[in-house]
Design a protein around this ligand. Structure first.
Ligand SMILES: [Zn+2]
Length: 284
């Protein structure tokens, strides 16, 4: 129980005055402030490199055997090279790009939508994948550049996608066909990408989704997640009698996950097997 110097006691739903006078504990708070200032001074000394960096760290941790290390930039008098070796940068990039970025399926339709309640398991997509996440240091400008222009993606991006596919594992069987989410903003990027991925993976290419006649123009600034979901439910229709095998569903960006939820349901209702969503950029 938190006791503020005896003046109040915590009670259910709030506080109760004890009747004792409240006194500012100057000594205690000044001691805390002094301890914090001492810690800040240690950090400033470390940054200013006034003495061996390892000694500074060990002394801060009360290590009785703290001594000059002979290896740090203060001891040797030289800083590490400003430019890392290209091989190091390349290895770090490969490592960052090999991380799996999952996209969990949505489980319920938004309230107020034309569909209600839980999304039936057989209509949900599989756990999807994204190539890049947020301000992804693994991709940096490459993904921004790819999405800024409605053009075929670079070989670098395509190579990244191929690696994501090769690591996927396909829990519900390997996809036998590829389709994409039609986009008004980028009508060329995804059909082109779907065609290249289909060729590389020897999968059938099927134009399975179309914008719903009379659907509202794309709005990326829907006022809420629920509103985005309701809009997504009105946006597309699927071709009937689709191939029955598992399908890879390509999209450019993913934020609310409503696009993949709605498109997966439409594809499955039109005969498709398990749906694996793959997006270029998962926005945080
Ligand atoms: Zn040192």
């Amino acid at each position: 129980m938190l006791d503020v110097d005896g003046a109040v006691d915590r009670a259910e739903g709030g506080w109760i005055a004890t009747g004792d006078e409240w006194v500012y504990d100057r000594e205690r708070y000044e001691a805390i402030a002094a301890a914090r200032r001492a810690e800040q001074a240690v950090m400033r000394d470390y940054m200013a490199a006034k003495r061996c960096l390892m000694r500074a760290l060990r002394e801060s941790l009360d290590d009785p055997e703290a001594a000059d290390c002979g290896r740090c930039s203060v001891c040797t008098g030289t800083l590490p090279a400003a430019d890392p070796r290209p091989a190091t940068v390349s290895a770090a990039t490969d490592f960052l790009r090999s991380q799996t970025i999952g996209i969990e399926p949505r489980k319920r339709w938004p309230s107020g939508a034309s569909r209600r309640g839980a999304i039936p398991t057989e209509l949900r997509p599989e756990v999807g994948r994204a190539l890049a996440l947020g301000e992804d240091p693994a991709w940096g400008d490459a993904i921004t550049t790819a999405l800024a222009a409605d053009e075929p993606v670079s070989q670098e991006i395509l190579d990244g996608i191929v690696k994501v596919l090769s690591r996927w594992g396909w829990p519900q069987g390997r996809p036998t066909w590829v389709t994409w989410v039609p986009s008004r903003r980028r009508p060329r990027l995804l059909p082109d990408l779907a065609e290249r991925v289909a060729q590389l993976g020897r999968m059938q290419l099927v134009e399975a989704l179309q914008p719903h006649a009379g659907s509202a123009p794309w709005q990326s600034d829907a006022p809420s997640q629920g509103a985005a979901g309701i809009a997504a439910l009105r946006r597309w229709t699927a071709t009937t009698a689709l191939p029955a095998g598992p399908v890879l569903l390509l999209d450019d960006e993913c934020r609310s996950r409503w696009t993949t939820a709605v498109c997966a349901a439409l594809l499955r209702e039109s005969g498709a097997g398990p749906v694996y969503p793959l997006v270029l950029h998962k926005i945080l």
